[in-house]
Design a protein around this ligand. Sequence first.
Ligand code: ADP
Ligand code: MG
Length: 312
Amino acid sequence: MDEFGEIARLFRPLARGAAGAFDLLDDAAVVPQRPGFDLVITKDAIVEGVHFPVGEASDLVARKLARVNLSDLAAKGAEPFAAFLAVAWPPRLSDRERERFAMGLAADLEAFNVDLLGGDTVATPGPFTCTMTALGWVPAGKMVRRAGARPGDRLLVSGTIGDSTLGLAAVRGEIDDAEGHLAYRYRVPNPRLDLREALRAHATAAADVSDGLVADARHIAEASKVRLVIDLDRLPLSGAAATWLEGQGDPALALLRLATGGDDYEVVCTMGPDAPKPPGFTVIGEVQAGEGIEVHAAGRSLDPGAGGWRHG
Ligand code: ADP
Ligand code: MG
């Protein structure tokens, strides 16, 4: 199939007739302004063998791509409405696998009410690589920044933490995952778009948890110029992660593994001391004057050192 036939067949349906997409037949798209709102834009790329396992089913690749991008918009309190896509197909990807990619993407963009407004399609001798640019709206001036945490605020995280890093270990056959819950969370993360109103109403700062809870909390500390104290004994865990934790010899180190693993796609945020704790969030620490991160677990203080972790 030629390139234009492929774009038309695979991707035009995902434009869903959106006004500025021109059925993916023009050089560029148009996003009409929405009075009273700011346009929030984010972009993430994922690479085979780095961000997803070599040979991963391509519908899952597409869904992960969409979801990691939508997670950034979720953390900012934005409502997604449009996306741009670039794919670099490796030779191994058959027509059938490309179709599966488009079908997986179609399912998620429909579920999250996002129109595909354009993109690019190329071939590569390298690994399967795809990138998305996702667009969302927030009421003018209301994007939740990483900067904005103040001493006295509480530190919170949504959902449960650590499933995804255990899920990667499960995919590699390193740990038991009888129910498949952990692997599913790694393969198909859930962007927390449902938290939008709560974040806009109460969060002083927020970031999505992609690099790991501790690393992403550190991003907030740096941007906000504050010190964050995290108590890992309060870390919200799924049943599967709690079961794994029970089998670990050193609970403090095990909690640290969950809090540094990444790919959770939850939201870490700070809220003022008087804000009500919205449903779905757990308080895991506090904001102090100063800088950096302090981590406690199982009665010990775990200090992040330059080359890793110092244990005291
Ligand atoms: P140009 O060569 O003018 O940059 P292309 O021929 O690459 O344009 O693309 C033609 C149209 O198809 C454009 O509207 C472009 O946005 C769209 N398009 C190409 N690839 C994709 C893709 N992977 N997803 C969505 N739209 C795409
Ligand atoms: Mg052109």
